[in-house]
Write a protein that binds this ligand. Structure first.
Ligand code: NAD
Length: 381
């Protein structure tokens, strides 16, 4: 069976879904690996490296593959080139891609969305949201350190003492904790806040101070945060305002699954920050934690430079691709059955929770129930 690796075509996407060092894992499972020309170009991986690792370079890698791997969902024209019954594995934000999901159904593709892999212990090695959040969180802290025109660490020198930067991180999930760890490694004094009850201990374990706003915690399903009421949001902003005003660098990473990012900081709060302050909003693309932040741009609000994140993992395409490719190898391994001849074939077991929950379309039907309801609703209305 053949695995096809797509060249990404979306604007600003620099990652690639497979890296040469992991091709051997796929050939070891019994697959042939075909890569579209220049698929790794933006991640600084040459076609020759894929060939040296045992892959072929093939203009029609998508049209001849049994399983197609990509980072972003395939564009519609590529979906139309899939062989009937082929599988695709990629990020696939189903809410935003209803048309594409219908196309995948219509060509009979079995499609899997990496966002839908359940966050259970057994699936940790396949958790691409986490692997990419690790990259984003690190990058946020480095961007803040780079933009701030002062030291992060304390310096005690013969010429005097330079005080460390004060960094505030809002949202302490995978990305936020990595931002905290990175800012701490650079020597900043870090305070952080998250609405989940477990977060305070996680923040402290990274060496940061957990901000206590004396508000109820907001635990939702699966250990995620719940959305705030307007009243709770206002109270949280009022109580966070002095921490924001004191920060040299503010990093925001808060998200609630399936919702636009919660607004945590108003422009008026940013206006209270000191001259030279920086704000890094990782959630700018999904609605913004900070009022006025623009994805992919640096804007000035009051005294602060406000950086809005846009496809942040693409700013570190090498490591982001490698981590993502490892997630894919792990999920492919789960979906591969090895025959007595030692040759593997792609045979996802729909009794398996990971397969069942991450599958979007299969056998000409939409397997993911909420998406099926959304699309059928569209068709009948
Ligand atoms: P996420 O990207 O959905 O959200 C980022 C953070 O923002 C979360 O910590 C959330 O609590 C926080 N947040 C939401 N609203 C907020 C608000 N109003 N103010 C402040 N913070 C707010 O989250 P994530 O990084 O994907 O992780 C969320 C949870 O999932 C964590 O408990 C994490 O440990 C868990 N997790 C489990 C697994 C696994 O078991 N495989 C993997 C990754 C994450």
């Amino acid at each position: 069976m053949k695995i096809g690796v797509a060249k990404e075509t979306r604007d600003g996407e620099t990652r690639v879904a497979m890296v040469p060092e992991l091709v051997g894992k796929l050939t070891g499972l019994g697959y042939e690996v075909a890569v579209e020309p220049d698929a790794g170009k933006h991640a600084l991986i040459a076609d020759a490296e894929f060939v040296a690792a045992g892959a072929t370079i093939d203009h029609d890698a998508i049209g001849t593959a049994d399983v197609v791997l990509s980072v972003q969902p395939l564009p519609s024209d590529a979906v139309r080139r899939l062989t009937r019954g082929a599988a695709t594995i990629s990020f696939l934000p189903v809410n935003q891609e209803l048309g594409l999901v219908a196309d995948l159904r219509d060509v009979g593709a079995t499609s899997f969305a990496m966002e839908l892999v359940p966050r259970i212990s057994r699936a940790q090695s396949m958790d691409a949201l986490s692997s990419q959040a690790l990259v984003s969180g690190y990058r946020c802290a480095v961007v803040a350190a780079g933009m701030l025109r002062r030291f992060f660490p304390l310096n005690m020198t013969a010429a005097g003492t330079v005080q460390p930067a004060q960094v505030v991180v809002l949202g302490a999930g995978v990305a936020g904790l990595q931002a905290i760890a990175t800012a701490k490694r650079l020597g900043a004094v870090v305070k952080a806040y998250d609405v989940r009850a477990a977060a305070a201990e996680e923040i402290r374990s990274m060496g940061a101070k957990s901000i206590d706003l004396e508000l109820d915690t907001l635990e939702g399903a699966g250990g995620y945060a719940r959305e705030m009421t307007e009243e709770r949001a206002q109270l949280q902003m009022d109580r966070l305002a002095p921490y924001v005003a004191d920060a040299d660098a503010l990093i925001t990473t808060a998200a609630v699954p399936g919702r636009t990012a919660p607004r945590l900081v108003t422009a008026a709060m940013v206006e209270q920050m000191k001259p030279g302050s920086v704000v890094v909003d990782l959630a700018a693309e999904t609605g913004g934690n900070v009022e006025g932040a623009v994805a992919g741009e640096v804007v000035r609000i009051g005294n602060a430079q406000v950086w809005g994140g846009k496809n942040v993992p693409s700013s570190m395409p090498g490591p982001a691709s490698k981590l993502y490719a490892q997630n894919l190898v792990n999920i492919l391994t789960l979906m591969t059955t090895t025959g007595e001849d030692g040759i593997g074939s792609f045979a996802p077991d729909f009794e398996d929770e990971i397969v069942d929950k991450s599958c979007v379309t299969h056998d000409g039907a939409i397997h993911h129930e909420p998406t099926r309801a959304a699309i059928e609703g569209e068709v009948t209305s």
